[in-house]
Write a protein that binds this ligand. Structure first.
Ligand SMILES: C[S@@+](CC[C@H](N)C(=O)[O-])C[C@H]1O[C@@H](n2cnc3c(N)ncnc32)[C@H](O)[C@@H]1O
Length: 385
């Protein structure tokens, strides 16, 4: 998104303030007229709470006006000085209808944006070059952004050098240690948590959803070993073939120290999933949970699924850690992932569970990557009509 001009002249500020007043009063006709006259829909009034017109419309509970502002380029994830989005203002007022309207628009814009970015990337690979990149840029400028860099990292917010850069992560040293909660964890050079034992319940339940009722000797694929927690639970169901894809040398050393490479039926592929999926064959059970990869990478993985599933009874799940510190973004990403999966023929059911976290869980780490009350486990299957 292009940066907004630093200092606006008095006439422009006054028009923008009029837009805020129109939004606060629920005056859609006036808001439209002001937008047509050049009012800046993104403008935040820093002299007050840092609200933009969308925050005011959300406070008023005017879902229709919120939709109008969003269609005219309001930024759905813009935050005020306290870090609250307009959707969170609606939520705090128990206004489910306005919250849902902003959520629907956020999902719509994110899906469109992702599709345009994907198209631009395809054209770039096919030699379309600058024109395609400009198209992707134009599709996002002045409208909703997912994050400052245009994407969300799955398990890390930002600012963590290793956690936000897949290449740096794979080249970095990892520590396997006992946390203040007395449980095992794997931590990167910056103190970013790669994997921690608080996720054990999630992994146990995910393995059950994936494996219960599978045929004898079923095949399972797990992307990203971490602490091997989900692999331990997958083993309980006695898969005939259990493939683990893991590229990090320190994780591989840890895995060997625990004897995983010697287990019957277990195959370790010492590569990134991007470099070996085509050679792996197909599976009844597929799970992915990587680190320092963004939503674009997860969606790229989704697109490989039709070639990886063994048939209509195959099941797929992933660690849904997208935006685990913000409920609204989590809701947006739940829906975006579901729509993207539907686009490639997979239906998704979600099971909610309450993670068992204590204050000690994050002690001595860079930051907590999970602060929400509930976690959603996706269970996806091919839609067979
Ligand atoms: C969060 S941990 C996985 C935790 C695992 N689910 C468990 O139950 O312990 C993420 C793992 O993904 C691995 N990883 C990161 N990028 C990867 C990639 N492109 N392909 C495969 N594995 C990757 C990391 O090295 C790390 O071991």
């Amino acid at each position: 998104m292009s940066a907004p001009p630093a200092g606006l002249d008095a006439a422009r500020v006054s028009r923008n303030l009029e837009l805020h007043a129109a939004a606060a009063a629920g005056d859609a006709a006036q808001a439209k007229a002001l937008l047509d006259a050049g009012a800046d829909v993104w403008w935040e009034d820093e002299a007050t709470l840092g609200w933009d017109a969308l925050h005011y419309a959300a406070e008023r509970g005017d879902a229709k006006l919120c939709r109008l502002l969003l269609r005219r380029g309001a930024i759905w994830n813009a935050v005020d000085v306290n870090g609250y989005t307009a959707a969170e203002v609606a939520w705090s007022l128990n206004d489910g209808a306005t919250y849902q309207t902003i959520l629907d628009e956020a999902v719509r814009q994110t899906v469109i944006r992702n599709l345009l970015a994907q198209k631009a990337e395809q054209q770039r690979l096919e030699g379309g070059g600058e024109e395609a990149e400009a198209e992707a840029e134009a599709s996002t400028s002045g409208s909703a952004q997912i994050a400052a860099d245009g994407s969300l990292v799955l398990r890390v917010d930002s600012g963590d050098e290793v956690g936000a850069d897949p290449k740096a992560f794979l080249a970095s040293k990892l520590r396997f240690e006992t946390g203040a909660d007395g449980k095992e964890r794997c931590v990167d050079r910056d103190g970013g948590v790669v994997m921690a034992a608080w996720e054990t319940d999630i992994m146990e339940r995910t393995a059950a959803l994936l494996c219960e009722g599978q045929r004898d000797g079923f095949s399972a694929l797990n992307i990203g070993f971490g602490l091997g927690i989900i692999d331990g639970f997958l083993q309980r169901y006695k898969p005939g073939r259990h493939v683990i894809v893991e590229p990090h040398p320190d994780v591989l050393a840890h895995l060997r120290a625990k004897g995983w490479d010697k287990l019957p039926g277990v195959e370790i592929w010492e590569r990134r999933w991007q470099d070996c999926l085509a050679e792996l064959g197909d599976f009844d059970v597929i799970y992915t949970d990587t680190y320092s990869e963004d939503y674009a990478a997860l969606r790229a993985f989704f697109e490989e699924l039709p070639n990886l599933v063994s048939g209509p009874d195959a099941r797929f799940s992933f660690f849904h850690g997208l935006a685990g510190t913000n409920r609204f973004l989590y809701d947006v990403y739940t829906r975006v992932a579901e729509l993207d999966l539907r686009g490639i023929g997979l239906g998704t059911e979600w099971e909610e569970m309450r993670p068992q976290l204590t204050e000690e869980t994050w002690q001595g780490t860079l930051r907590s990557y999970w602060t929400l009350d509930s976690f959603r486990i996706p269970l996806c299957r091919m839609n067979v009509f």
